[in-house]
Design a protein around this ligand. Structure first.
Ligand code: IMP
Length: 193
């Protein structure tokens, strides 16, 4: 029987990206799989805190090995915004078009477009909590491009590429993304555990 691990998210894009990395020896379970229909509130002020809130919620209630993930976009010229507020930067949670519009308006006329995506994962494995991080550097485009991915993908161009995350296939994004890097660390940890 493979190792089971619950991913504490309702974000189907994140789930798809992570499932594509974790296959085979680890069976990834969704909140739906374990009968949890709760939208776990992100009340923390850091990615680490929010990741921990999600994993602890599931572990306390279901006593299963699990992980929570929190991620976001950090833009240098905006003093790190949208940061932990990435999902609700323009007000409404998950309104990606409005969030992108706000970012582009705030960056109007600003030359420094350096940004990074970051992910923090809180893994609860055999009752102990472990943190893993991943980041990818890039720049914010002046106009959105591409239909793939989610969130800020249409305006994020990773360093070393001339296309945005939204113009990449999921496989391509999954080789270099913040989330992919953090998940690779989780897999390496579990392979040794
Ligand atoms: P949360 O981790 O559920 O709080 O949401 C993270 C938010 O950060 C998403 O709603 C997106 O706005 C943004 N974000 C995180 N990862 C990505 C990504 O891989 N691509 C684009 N946007 C992302």
């Amino acid at each position: 029987m493979p190792l089971q691990l619950v991913f504490a998210t309702n974000n189907r894009h994140k789930l798809k990206e992570v499932a594509a990395k974790i296959n085979g020896e680890i069976q990834l379970l969704t909140l739906q799989d374990i009968g949890c229909d709760q939208d776990i509130e992100e009340t923390g002020s850091t990615f680490k805190e929010n990741a921990g809130i999600k994993s602890h919620y599931i572990h306390t209630k279901y006593h299963m090995n699990c992980f929570g993930e929190d991620s976001g976009l950090i833009i240098d010229a905006l003093n790190g915004e949208p940061g932990v507020y990435s999902a609700r930067y323009a007000g409404e949670h998950g309104n990606h078009a409005a969030n992108i519009k706000k970012v582009l308006e705030k960056l109007k006329g600003i030359e420094n477009r350096k940004a990074r995506f970051v992910t923090v994962i809180s893994l609860i494995w055999n009752k102990d909590e472990h943190f893993f991080e991943g980041a990818v550097e890039g720049t914010i485009r002046h106009q959105p491009a591409g239909n793939g991915g989610f969130g800020y993908d249409p305006v994020f161009q990773p360093d070393g590429y001339d296309i945005t995350f939204a113009e990449m296939s999921m496989e391509e994004k999954n080789k270099i993304s913040h989330r992919a890097k953090a998940i690779e660390k989780v897999i390496a940890f579990l392979n040794k555990a």
